[in-house]
Design a protein around this ligand. Structure first.
Ligand code: AMP
Length: 191
């Protein structure tokens, strides 16, 4: 069987924008592996692994886990033979992660296809996170931590918008509206 072509999508956007849900659907529709670093880390916490114990408090406080830990998780996930078909959700989150990901993708011969940016006003983001917190069981889905996560996003992750925009890879997507409507915009932007 011929190899399916490589496809790499990086899903950017602030916490609470709905990246996880939309990435899930895009992954299913396009046969991509969804790599959600938040989910991977939360799974470690649930299982009580040494890594989980190490990152638990950082995540509860809304801070970022170290670039070293993240890169090692990503290397593990991408250590596949065959084609690279992935959508990253919640990664990269710092300039260092973005640069290291570039190197890794270059080694794999899998260039980035598109970087959709899901845009939602900050007031709405915090409200969405607090609402999600009623059922998610996530210790970081409280109002105080939600504000901290937005601050960290602005400081550490927002610079990546320029990084990908300068290379013509960024696709701005309006993240306000019905789930299906937003999904159609994302699918059109990614191609
Ligand atoms: P998320 O589910 O993407 O909102 O991530 C939840 C938390 O996991 C974040 O607030 C960080 O503490 C941690 N985390 C997830 N992805 C990363 C990343 N790429 N770099 C650093 N920390 C991360």
């Amino acid at each position: 069987m011929p190899n399916t072509p490589n496809k790499v999508v990086i899903f950017l956007g602030p916490p609470g924008a709905g990246k996880g849900t939309q990435a899930e659907r895009l992954a299913a529709d396009q046969g991509l592996l969804k790599i959600s670093t938040g989910d991977i880390l939360r799974d470690h916490i649930r299982r009580g692994t040494p890594l989980g114990q190490q990152v638990q408090q950082i995540m509860a406080d809304g801070g970022l886990v170290s670039d070293e830990i993240l890169m090692s998780l990503i290397r593990d996930r991408l250590a596949t033979s065959g084609s690279v078909r992935v959508i990253f959700d919640g990664f990269p989150r710092t300039a260092a992660q973005a640069r290291e990901l570039d190197l890794l993708l270059e080694e794999l011969g899998a260039p980035i296809n598109a970087v959709p940016l899901l845009e939602v006003p900050e007031e709405e983001l915090v409200a969405r996170i607090v609402e999600r917190g009623k059922t998610s069981g996530r210790s970081d889905d409280s109002e105080a931590v939600a504000h901290e996560r937005q601050r960290v996003y602005r400081e550490q992750t927002q610079p990546l918008i320029d990084y990908y925009s300068a290379r013509g890879q960024l696709r701005r997507v309006n993240g306000v509206g019905h789930l299906d409507e937003v999904y159609s915009r994302i699918a059109a932007a990614v191609g």
